[in-house]
Design a protein around this ligand. Structure first.
Ligand code: ADP
Ligand code: AMP
Length: 218
């Protein structure tokens, strides 16, 4: 099964993708994570991306399409994947269609997490993750069961993204509404769009996504 989670920054794509991947044995493909790793590794693309990411702007389509097309070729993706943060432009969506068609593969659903813009800033500025395994948390909405200890790997080190600050949020939201939100119409017309309420609790959103997935096999 191949899925896209679509929604503005902070809508819950990464949180839900992490859970679905675990539960269903799918690979989570986050272009944001891939770009942050490339920046950390100091590759040419990574360094170019880093400056744009710090400003909250989108990285050029050709860079992201190259990264994702190489990753999708890896054998672990053959069993299915969840795209989280890709595609973000109509050009990226068209490139994805071509990539999948070349492999005789297809998308099963594009799940839109409908979000209330006014409540996303709080989600974004409170976000952090385990520095060792990447498990996502939130200061208010998703705390570790034992304070300061990762639920998944037991690490006591956590990190915050440098772009998760109030200054970049507006730019990131504008990028979403200008460049990414047209994808809602694109996938609606392809009859692959399913929408869920992304402002419900994490557990409720997960249940809504489960219901969408259950409906696909019917
Ligand atoms: P995205 O990947 O769409 O940018 P995340 O999944 O990283 O968003 O979620 C942003 C922050 O909000 C994280 O800290 C996460 O723990 C929290 N979060 C995600 N979903 C919900 C939800 N349904 N209710 C409250 N907080 C949430
Ligand atoms: P994310 O982790 O999805 O919040 O993405 C963090 C940042 O990475 C974004 O603000 C963009 O600068 C960049 N980025 C991630 N995915 C893409 C993409 N598909 N297209 C362009 N830029 C991206």
């Amino acid at each position: 099964m191949n899925l896209i989670l679509l929604g503005p920054p902070g809508a819950g794509k990464g949180t839900q993708a992490q859970e679905i991947a675990k539960k269903r044995g799918l690979v989570q493909l986050s272009t944001g994570e891939m770009l942050r790793s490339a920046a950390k590794a100091g590759t040419k693309d990574g360094l170019e991306a880093e400056a744009l990411m710090a400003k909250g702007e989108l990285v050029p389509d050709d860079v992201v399409v190259k990264i994702i097309s190489e990753r999708i070729e890896q054998p672990d993706c053959a069993g299915g994947f969840i795209l989280d943060g890709f595609p973000r432009t109509l050009m990226q969506a068209a490139a994805l269609d071509r990539m999948l068609a070349e492999k005789g593969n297809k998308l099963d659903a594009v799940i839109e997490l409908k979000a209330d813009f006014n409540r996303l800033v709080e989600r974004i500025v409170g976000r952090y993750a385990c520095a060792k395994c990447g498990q996502g948390y939130h200061d208010r909405f998703k705390r570790p069961k034992v304070r300061g200890v990762c639920d998944v790997c037991g690490s006591t080190e956590f990190s915050r993204r440098s772009d998760d600050n109030a200054e970049t949020v507006t730019t990131r939201m504008m990028a979403y509404y200008r460049d990414t939100s047209p994808l809602i119409g694109y996938y609606f017309c392809k009859q692959t769009l399913r929408s869920v309420d992304g402002m419900a609790s994490i557990g409720e959103v997960a249940t809504s996504i489960d219901n969408v997935i259950a409906g696909l096999s019917r």
